[in-house]
Design a protein around this ligand. Sequence first.
Ligand code: CU
Length: 313
Amino acid sequence: MAPKLRQIQRTGEQAHKEALTYFHLDTFHDRMRTAAAAEWGVAARSLSLAGQGAQLLHVRHLITAGLLWVVLTAVGELLVVADLYPTVGSHEAQDFDDIFRFLLLLGVPVMTFVFAVLIYAGLQFRIRTAVPTEDGPAMRGQGWFPRAWLAVTGGLAIFVMIYPGLTGLAELQQGDKGASGWGDQEAEVTIKATAFKWQWLFEYPDGTQVSVAAGKELVLPNETSIKFEVNAADVVHSLWIPAFRMKIDAMPGRTTYMTVKPNKLGEFASDQAYRVQCTELCGLDHATMMFPVRVVEPQEFESWLASLNEGGN
Ligand SMILES: [Cu+2]
């Protein structure tokens, strides 16, 4: 019995020793692992904190610049819809103002985006120390943002080329009676306009002429299509009536046309948008090449014309 007992005892001691050895080894490894993990954790945490910090800063820049964009856009769009335009005195003026506002409404956010980024970058990332002697690393457009920017602005450009660009041109070139535009189309009243250095001469269908010498104002019937047949006696001038938002060059040796339909009574005495103004630099007194316009009801137009004829014009 004794040898067997000893054998068992020896086996037990051996197992205990082995267990102790394993135990210690395991403990050592665990400690190593724990220490390494702790050290790694600190490093990893500081790295991730730095990353989070950079991320937060990044978000802060985006939010601030974004807010600047929103504010600039709001101001811009308010200015677009505010009534800052000259009197709308013709159907064409209404069309052109609508088109102008529409284009501005689309264009303002694009412009203010560029302004917001420029202003914010200029203020926030300006050099505060000595100017570096070398350029920084090149920044190349990559990722979704440049693509989205190209898609949005490119899409907008193509869209406005079609509407109101091509559709508006097609409308102006219809050539129906009463249509506006720059073609030689039918109109209810045709007025010959001659530009010379530095004034205007207008001739009504019945031969009546008005100029600074006679009549002294261009009277036009409201809600009537009026075609100007335009010529120049000397150099190139340009006929423009601000209230109508239409103009056409006046050229020696060539007749040009402009048809408009006034839609609002008005006169130069109370509204300077009612005037003919030369808009092609034509010499010394170009700036004074202005002639008053008065839009009246058609019946009043007829009686005015008759009264001028009685006066011997
Ligand atoms: Cu002129």
